[in-house]
Ligand binder design. Structure first.
Ligand code: SF4
Ligand code: SF4
Length: 79
């Protein structure tokens, strides 16, 4: 399954839990600071490796991550 995530920088506190838990290693920590003084998590997935597994969103203590999953195309059924 293919997935993607969106990280809300305004909620992120840069705890790095999502980056550690992601099995595809597509989350990194920014080298800049937000207005609140945190280095936010960044989604960097040029090869579309995210599977939409939800681990990052589940572990995030600040509910900063939204996960999207690609809808499966319906298969034609022959009779
Ligand atoms: S949904 Fe899974 S694969 Fe995708 S970024 Fe989050 S932890 Fe990584
Ligand atoms: S787990 Fe949440 S708060 Fe922590 S770095 Fe990731 S997005 Fe930010």
């Amino acid at each position: 399954m293919r997935g993607a995530i969106r990280i809300d920088e305004n909620r992120c506190k840069g705890c790095e839990l999502c980056a550690v838990v992601c099995p595809k290693q597509v989350i990194e920590i920014a080298d800049y600071f937000t207005a609140r003084g945190y280095r936010p998590a960044l989604y960097n997935d040029p090869q579309q490796r995210c599977t939409g597994c939800l681990l990052c969103a589940t572990i995030c203590p600040d509910a900063a991550i939204t996960v999207y999953r690609e809808a499966r195309a319906e298969r034609a059924v022959s009779v």
